[in-house]
Write a protein that binds this ligand. Structure first.
Ligand code: URA
Length: 191
């Protein structure tokens, strides 16, 4: 049967495939345009996201909005999701088993969206989407092709909050993203 955003969101919201369901307040499915050409993927919800059921709403989320604004985008023009959709306790990295249990939902989101560009936010997403041994400090800003989709990783906004010295590199990566969007996207302009 043909998949739909509604069916997928509903399944996700009642998911009990891993133990994160026992501690979550809300499933954080994703936000943005269902016609977005650019998909941003973070690692997993934090406390604020768990509280509100929306990705990137805490301090890191504010910075992500600022990063989008640098290249003339708003979160309504893109789509934002995570590798795992429920909060790992104490903000630890999501475990391999949790990622394995959840990744099918992200795959279905990608199949519905059919983005032209995927941007991994940070190491965890890049290791899952690009390559298991991805090195964010060496390979951020580089382009990879995955099943016909252009994929890159940039520093996670939370990492930029922790270490502002990385901001100039993140700025360069955003400029690279802007150029790629304007080259490949049909209805998304980044100016
Ligand atoms: N960090 C993430 O990786 N995802 C969120 O949704 C919020 C913070």
């Amino acid at each position: 049967m043909k998949d739909s955003w509604e069916a997928l969101a509903q399944e996700c919201r009642s998911c009990r495939e891993c133990s994160l369901c026992e501690t979550r307040k809300n499933v954080v499915f994703g936000v943005g345009s269902q016609n977005a050409e650019v998909l941003f993927i973070g690692e997993g919800p934090g406390a604020n996201e768990d509280e509100q059921g929306v990705p990137f709403v805490g301090r890191a989320g504010k910075l992500l909005d600022d990063m989008l604004a640098i290249i003339g985008l708003t979160r309504e023009q893109v789509y934002i999701a995570n590798i795992v959709k429920c909060r790992p306790p104490d903000n630890r990295d999501p475990l391999g088993v949790e990622q394995d249990a959840c990744i099918g939902y992200l795959r279905r989101q990608v199949a519905l969206l059919r983005p032209k560009i995927i941007v991994c936010l940070g190491r965890i997403a890049a290791m899952r989407i690009i390559r298991e041994d991805f090195k964010i400090s060496r390979e951020h800003g580089q382009w990879f092709q995955k099943a016909g989709v252009e994929v890159m990783a940039i520093y996670h906004p939370a990492a930029l909050l922790r270490d502002p010295r990385r901001r100039p590199e993140a700025f360069d990566d955003l400029k690279g993203l802007q150029a790629k969007i304007n080259e490949l996207c049909e209805h998304t302009r980044a100016e």
